[in-house]
Design a binder for this molecule. Structure first.
Ligand code: ASP
Length: 435
């Protein structure tokens, strides 16, 4: 049995939904379909989810969501008419949704309706069973998936029945509807794949797989044929728009392979994401960069010998909302990179003053404008020439390296560069390592 998740662009209008039906009809093993909310039809269009967040915001500001919700409703009614369906079953649900948002149902509930309505519509179109995820997917306070979700879901699945399931949401511990982070329908798909014991989890999108580099930067960027779960996580961690990095966690214990495929080119092989792979001639899978980092540099004599100081420093930083992503340690210094958006300049100034005084630091400095580049591959540590090739490629573009993290992960090499050279650096590394 195959679980398929279709993203927003695959459900943006009636024509796309017809393609989804053809794909599903082409293989009878495709028995569970998870849907996102309708996405953009053109680059200037609005995603249904964004409009629903907008509705909740209007209500919070004391205004009615009616005009904006009319645009949401129009997306569904035009899909219904494009598919030649009688929309009578959906119209009362649309009015109830609007009334509940106007009555203050909140952002989580409002946003979840994008997927809910889409799944109701697609279930009706396919003649399949709609399966509600509220009360069946339980999201813990830290955003992780509660283990009981798998039992609740598998108890609800009847053998031989085919289901359409809304992505992106479940319930929190208090039984209230809660959404995952953006793009979270990938997580719902992974949960359903595990709960149903699927042989494959197909993730249908609008590109023919995961690219080795952002295809907007390099013409003819290669699609990765096969990569591991860890490679996906590492690539997503440095900003590649691959697949929701949290969607790997449900699949890890059961090793269900993921196939990322293109709804507009269903015969393309796409990318296979598996537990482990033979690296052979392909030790690397991709390169990506993520900007928006600042650097915090702390100096104090004997810093590394003072017991507990690192933990105490991090605890205090957390009080100011700063959670470092990457660290480097010297004997008398520590460098932390953190996301600049975590704290304003004022907060950082207050934090530095506090840390300096409390820990009697020699110096503490913050500077911004960094990007972290990741060269990702299951064979990253087995290529002795990698560091040489990376530094030559960056040097020939005159891009200084501010940070190098090699060896802490067996799947990535991380390089810190100035944010303004991130694109050039990514292209230079792709050309040196992949082309
Ligand atoms: N519709 C949600 C979003 O736009 C979730 C998803 O598409 O996976 O983020």
């Amino acid at each position: 049995m195959i679980v398929c998740k279709f993203g927003g662009s695959s459900l943006a209008d009636a024509v796309q939904i017809q393609k989804v039906k053809e794909i599903v009809d082409a293989d009878s093993r495709r028995a569970i379909v998870i849907v996102s909310a309708p996405g953009k039809r053109t680059s200037a269009d609005e995603k249904v989810t964004d409009m629903l967040y907008g509705c909740a915001r209007l209500v919070r500001e004391g205004r009615s969501c009616e005009p904006l919700f009319a645009k949401v409703a129009d997306r569904y009614t035009s899909i219904l008419s494009g598919l030649g369906m009688n929309g009578d079953f959906l119209l009362p649900i649309l009015s109830e949704v609007r009334a509940s948002i106007d009555a203050g149902a909140g952002a989580h509930w409002a946003a979840s309706r994008g997927e809910h309505l889409c799944a109701r519509l697609v279930a009706e179109y396919f003649g399949w069973q709609f399966l509600e995820t509220e009360g069946r997917i339980i999201i813990a306070d830290d955003g992780s998936v509660d283990e009981q979700s798998y039992t609740l879901l598998s108890a609800s699945l009847e053998p031989g029945t085919r289901y359409v399931v809304p992505g992106f949401y479940g319930s929190n511990g208090q039984g209230m509807v809660q959404t995952f982070s953006r793009g979270g329908s990938d997580i719902t798909g992974a949960i359903l794949a595990r709960a149903s014991g699927a042989e494959v989890y197909e993730n249908w999108t609008d590109v023919s797989g995961v690219f080795s580099v952002d295809p907007r930067l390099v013409d003819g960027a290669k699609v990765i044929g096969e990569m591991t779960y860890r490679e996906v996580r590492e690539l997503a961690g440095v900003g590649a728009g691959v697949f929701h990095e949290e969607a790997i966690a449900p699949l890890l214990p059961v090793a269900i392979p993921i196939n990322v495929k293109n709804t507009n080119a269903p015969l393309d092989k796409g990318t296979w994401i598996v537990e482990s792979r033979e690296c052979g001639d392909n030790p690397l899978s991709g390169v990506a960069a993520k900007g928006g980092y600042s650097r915090l540099t702390i100096r104090k004599l004997m810093l590394l010998k003072s017991t507990g100081i690192r933990h105490a420093l991090m605890t205090m930083m957390r009080v100011f909302g700063v959670r470092p992503s990457f660290s480097l340690f010297g004997i008398d210094s520590i460098v932390w990179f953190f996301e600049t958006s975590q704290a304003s300049e004022g907060v950082l100034e207050a934090m530095c003053a506090r840390l300096k005084e409390e820990f009697a630091l020699e110096s503490i400095e913050v500077d911004g404008g960094y990007a972290i580049l990741g060269v990702v591959g299951a064979g990253v540590n087995s290529d002795p020439s990698l560091i040489g090739s990376v530094s030559c490629a960056l040097q020939s573009e005159k891009i200084p390296i501010h940070f190098l993290n090699y060896g802490s992960s067996d799947t990535s090499l991380l390089i810190g560069v100035a944010e303004e050279s991130a694109k050039e650096a990514t292209i230079a590394l792709y050309r040196a390592l992949f082309a």
